[in-house]
Design a protein around this ligand. Structure first.
Ligand SMILES: *[C@@H]1O[C@H](CO)[C@@H](O)[C@H](O)[C@H]1NC(C)=O
Ligand SMILES: *[C@@H]1O[C@H](CO)[C@@H](O)[C@H](O)[C@H]1NC(C)=O
Ligand SMILES: *[C@@H]1O[C@H](CO)[C@@H](O)[C@H](O)[C@H]1NC(C)=O
Ligand SMILES: *[C@@H]1O[C@H](CO)[C@@H](O)[C@H](O)[C@H]1NC(C)=O
Ligand SMILES: *[C@@H]1O[C@H](CO)[C@@H](O)[C@H](O)[C@H]1NC(C)=O
Length: 567
């Protein structure tokens, strides 16, 4: 299935011009960071929204990717010019705990892997790094990001340098072959100490994507008891097992957090969930207990392929609705409980041709805007020095191209810029909360045209977004500061602004399992949904593929009413 043609049209007038890029830059506030309920804030208490990109530095060469392709400073400047304010920089434990790895120079590390082309590339682009130790090179990367006003989150991705993650790679859970708790704590402590006082290092995530057989208590019981006891064991597990494993798990995570905090009291500590960081539900009735406050953040990962090809093979409204429920019970509830949630990995194939990813991302986009969570996109990387034994592997999820010298998909970046600044939170502005009508497929919002005679259209959510007021009792969408409200006028016709706001054509209801269709009625009673035409004009059409059908994509009709404080 092709992507709806509207998406390509939308961006023809939205090229990333230097002025746009300038607007996208949000300098780092007063560091260090703290938490205030569900918000991450600076020293003045103003919200700092983490809008990060993942930069891989945990693979066998133990050097941040791309440095054979472009100078470090060029890459750092590009990160900030693309609107990201931080990097989630991954590192492997053994880089700091294993002396023979830690003392390797960059040149030796690449030589040991036979990556002579990469050495030649580093010689050209970053010659000063070649004869530094891998740890020194890591520090240089962090420091250059700091010089460019980019915050850094140190992410302990694995123990042994390798591509992450599968269940049986020995790096998944406490006690696995390469995951000895004491070595892990030693690594966290060394890293936290190394960057104590480095102000742009604002957070450390304790461990990426816990996973694997060891976190499965049913199996654990199965091995411990004889076959005859399995049935009883399962019963015990169902009542106590999850509590036992939770205590075990939390004990280690709490230790990790205390270790980091003792060595570096400035950083936020980030807790990953179970099952590849897709599950934090165990925290609902059982919060982590730490000796310090105002520093704890939770992270969560969400990809389309977490659920196979479900997005492509199912009806997008139904899949989106059910996944949103899952996300809320697995992690989203934390925001309601007053904890920051950092969606530290998500991403899509940047070619734009992956239907499963595209559908996922339309759904992701709406909730990411609504909940206004902190996030880190996977990934900056356009290509890897070596990954899973193959050198020069392309990264289809990378925002940069293979040669790291250009943006892979400018329209994707334009779209995500809508999520880079906060909608809500302390210090965002003094205005009273209002609503915007977001169109996830384009990342744009419903705005008035340049002249009142012209129909409503899609425009930027950042600097020209219209203020609406949606009242759930009346279901009307009023244009703030006016008597006008949004009305359905006819099939395929532009939605109009009218002043008689009490009839059925002015009632808008979020329908379908995804609740992403805004539906109203025509004067003759026909149900219609808000949509866009090929010129990005806001129109009403028959509602598309509300359920069952998996061949059609309703995303042009997906709109989300978001609360905003942006000025
Ligand atoms: C924090 O507050 C101080 C004092 O009011 C001010 O000088 C500074 O610019 C503020 N910093 C930020 C990032 O808002
Ligand atoms: C350190 O790393 C080297 C190279 O991978 C490995 O051979 C050695 O066993 C490691 N040492 C320890 C103590 O883990
Ligand atoms: C970390 O740095 C602070 C100053 O920023 C210092 O007071 C503290 O002793 C340092 N902690 C460690 C463990 O080095
Ligand atoms: C209502 O009007 C639309 C045209 O605006 C038309 O297509 C539709 O058939 C009408 N429905 C009924 C029930 O008359
Ligand atoms: C889009 O705009 C062009 C040029 O203004 C116009 O010719 C075309 O009819 C419009 N398309 C729609 C669907 O309104």
């Amino acid at each position: 299935m092709k992507i709806p043609s509207s998406s390509s049209l939308v961006f023809t007038f939205l090229i990333l011009s230097p002025t746009v890029l300038l607007l996208l830059q949000h300098p780092v506030g007063a560091l260090p960071l703290y938490t205030n309920s569900r918000w991450i804030v600076d020293e003045n208490g103003s919200r700092v929204k983490l809008a990060c990109v993942n930069w891989v530095s945990h693979l066998k060469p133990m050097l941040a990717e791309g440095l054979s392709q472009q100078p470090l400073d060029v890459i750092s400047k590009r990160i900030i010019s693309m609107g990201f304010n931080c990097v989630r920089l991954t590192w492997p434990t053994f880089m700091v705990t294993n002396d023979s790895l830690a003392s390797m120079t960059v040149r030796q590390s690449f030589q040991s892997l036979g990556l002579l082309d990469s050495i030649a590339g580093i010689q050209v682009n970053n010659p000063s790094l070649l004869d530094l130790s891998v740890i020194q090179a890591f520090q240089v990367v962090v420091s250059n990001l700091g010089d460019n006003n980019v915050m850094v989150i140190l992410d302990n991705q694995v123990s042994k340098p390798l591509w992450c993650c599968n269940k049986c790679d020995g790096n998944g859970f406490f006690g696995d072959k390469y995951f000895k708790p004491d070595i892990w704590l030693e690594g966290l402590s060394a890293m936290a100490t190394m960057f104590n006082g480095t102000s742009n290092v604002v957070a450390m995530s304790l461990r990426n994507e816990l996973r694997g057989p060891r976190e499965n208590t049913v199996d654990w019981y199965r091995y411990v008891y004889t076959y005859i006891h399995t049935y009883i064991a399962k019963m015990i597990y169902s009542s106590y097992g999850s509590v036992l494993i939770l205590h075990h798990f939390l004990r280690y995570m709490q230790k990790g957090a205390e270790t980091v905090h003792a060595a570096n009291p400035n950083v936020l500590v980030i807790f990953s969930g179970l099952n590849f960081d897709s599950d934090l539900s165990f925290l609902r009735n059982h919060q982590v207990k730490l000796t310090f406050n105002g520093k704890l953040v939770f992270e969560f990962h969400w990809y389309s392929f977490t659920n196979g090809n479900i997005w492509e093979n199912g009806n997008p409204n139904q899949v989106c609705g059910s996944k949103l429920n899952n996300v809320m019970t697995s992690a989203g509830f934390l925001l309601e409980q007053g904890w920051p949630l950092f969606v530290s990995e998500f991403g899509v194939d940047q070619s734009g041709t992956n239907v499963n990813d595209n559908r996922f991302f339309n759904c992701f986009f709406g909730i990411a805007a609504e909940l206004d969570w902190d996030w880190a996109l996977w990934t900056l990387v356009g290509s890897y020095y070596i990954r899973q034994g193959v050198s020069g592997v392309e990264e289809t999820y990378g925002v940069l191209n293979y040669a790291w010298n250009d943006i892979q998909n400018p329209s994707f970046l334009q779209r995500i810029s809508t999520l880079q600044t906060p909608f809500q939170g302390p210090g965002v502005s003094n205005v009273r909360p209002y609503n915007i009508i977001l169109h996830p497929l384009t990342g744009l919002c419903v705005v008035q045209s340049y002249s009142v005679k012209e129909p409503l259209r899609l425009g930027s959510c950042v600097d020209q977004s219209e203020a609406w007021s949606y009242t759930r009792e009346k279901n009307t969408l009023g244009l703030k500061g006016t008597y006008f409200c949004l009305q359905a006028d006819g099939l395929g016709k532009p939605a109009k602004l009218g002043v008689f706001c009490s009839d059925a054509t002015s009632k808008w209801e979020a329908i379908s399992d995804s609740k992403l269709h805004l539906s109203s009625k025509l004067i003759n009673g026909t149900t219609v949904c808000l949509d866009i035409d090929s010129n990005n004009t806001i129109v009403t059409n028959s509602c598309k593929c509300l359920s069952k059908d998996h061949t059609c994509d309703p995303a042009s009709q997906w709109f989300k009413i978001i609360t905003s404080l942006r000025t």
